[in-house]
Design a protein around this ligand. Structure first.
Ligand SMILES: *Cc1c(COP(=O)(O)O)cnc(C)c1O
Length: 418
């Protein structure tokens, strides 16, 4: 796939790396690749090598790159009004809020600029909700291996020691339990609990699906103890799992469990794909949670500006049309990954929903990333041994077949010698 054009000049990436190493905070270990442009399911480096993008900027470029409908509305809006602050009304925030309320079954929306910021507001709402009842009602239940973002509040509910320890003490009263451990959940929740907080499908934690039983128990306990149930759908929401929001999948009757259920959050966070690559995060909540925010208690200069909100309305329209394909392509990709698992000893099995897919390996999987990249496929590795795919919603079977062929080669070659 990747064929380097014959050239005598050193690759641009070398100069860029040197400059960054001197002047950029060294918070990221970047992959050895520089990107210059993208079109559809592909991105290109400065030497014009092409890569099939199955990680989409961590689930952000969900409509692929340079989607004509997104480019059109963004171009038009940039020539009209990019920003006006929340001091004024503009055309798009109201309709976007109404649309998000409609597809989530909730009532009100706050607009932030990132996933982390949405998590911060969800935490403020949870704490205010508890405190209104009692000063002792401040405990939050969160999951081991979860990810909430990088601010102090968000790392407080992030169940990964490496993200938390340097900044302790953090927000007090956070209790971590294992995902899907219903008994631990029951034991952890009490009168002191103000919120139960989790991702319906853990992303950074390795594509771990929360069971319907766990979610149902969480809803029941939140009701019994008057705590808020918060779902972080920053990665798994907005079409990624093959439904508007991943939590909605629990409410569909299944063969084993045909009894109808209504598992819904009080507060829902979303972000990554929402504005087609522009920064936009949202907190969507019911009236009970929304009542915690009164004039002056929260705000954002950039949040919900006309460019990002208009792009988001267009994103949602396109996403709507793609939902059936997300399910179909997700099922096809998972089936093809299952074939790889049968063929290669080092592959355990695929897992996930829609186009949020992890492939579990029997060994650490970091080596897969550069090996696939060298053959023209971008993906990443989380939780040590889970190869993660967040492909664009616009993929077709031929893209999946291409990815499978590359992965087959990568697994046949195996990890590089130490
Ligand atoms: C990415 C992510 C966040 C943080 O979002 P940012 O936009 O990076 O701040 C929070 N929660 C989950 C589940 C995420 O995947």
């Amino acid at each position: 796939m990747a064929t380097t054009a014959a050239t005598n000049t050193p690759p641009l990436i070398d100069a860029t790396k040197a400059l960054e190493q001197e002047h950029v905070l060294q918070s990221y270990g970047r992959y050895n690749l520089m990107l210059e442009r993208g079109k559809g399911c592909y991105v290109y480096d400065p030497e014009n090598n092409r890569y099939l993008d199955f990680i989409t900027g961590i689930g952000v470029n969900a409509l692929g790159h340079s989607h004509p409908r997104l480019v059109k509305v963004m171009r038009d809006q940039m020539g009209k009004l990019i920003h006006c602050s929340n001091l004024y009304y503009q055309h798009y925030q109201g309709p976007l809020a109404a649309r998000l309320a409609e597809i989530s079954g909730l009532d009100r929306v706050f607009f932030a600029n990132s996933g982390t910021e949405s998590v911060e507001l969800a935490l403020k709402i949870a704490k205010a909700y508890g405190r209104k009842q009692s000063p002792d009602k401040y405990e939050i239940i969160a999951l081991h291996n979860s990810f909430g973002g990088r601010t102090l509040g968000a790392v407080s509910i992030t169940g990964q020691a490496k993200y938390r320890e340097p900044y302790e003490p953090l927000i007090p009263g956070v209790k971590f339990i294992d995902a899907n451990d219903v008994a631990a959940l029951e034991a952890a929740v009490s009168e002191k609990t103000c919120a139960i907080f989790f991702e319906p499908i853990l992303g950074e934690g390795g594509i771990v699906e929360i069971s319907r039983d766990f979610a149902r128990k969480a809803r029941e306990l939140a009701d019994n103890f008057d705590a808020l149930l918060v779902f972080d759908e920053i990665q798994c929401g907005l079409g990624r799992a093959g439904s508007y929001f991943a939590f909605q999948l629990w409410n569909r009757p299944t063969e084993e469990d045909p009894e109808p259920v209504d598992i819904h959050p009080d507060v829902l966070t979303a972000a990554k794909p929402l504005a087609g690559g522009l920064p936009l995060g949202v907190v969507i909540c019911n009236e009970k949670a929304a009542a915690m925010i009164t004039p002056g208690t929260h705000g954002s200069t950039f949040g919900g500006g006309p460019l990002a909100t208009r792009a988001a309305l267009e994103f949602l329209d396109v996403m709507d049309e793609l939902l059936p394909m997300i399910k179909e392509h997700g099922a096809y990709f998972t089936r093809r990954l299952g074939e790889l698992a049968m063929k290669h000893d080092l592959v355990v099995a695929p897992r996930g929903k829609g186009l949020m897919i992890g492939l579990e390996l029997k060994q650490p999987g970091a080596w897969v990333v550069p090996a696939a990249q060298a053959k023209g496929l971008l993906l990443n590795c989380t939780a040590g041994n889970i190869v993660r795919f967040l492909p664009p919603y616009i993929i077709e079977r031929r893209h999946i077949d291409q990815a499978i062929a590359i992965l087959d080669d990568v697994f046949t070659a195996g990890p590089p010698p130490k």
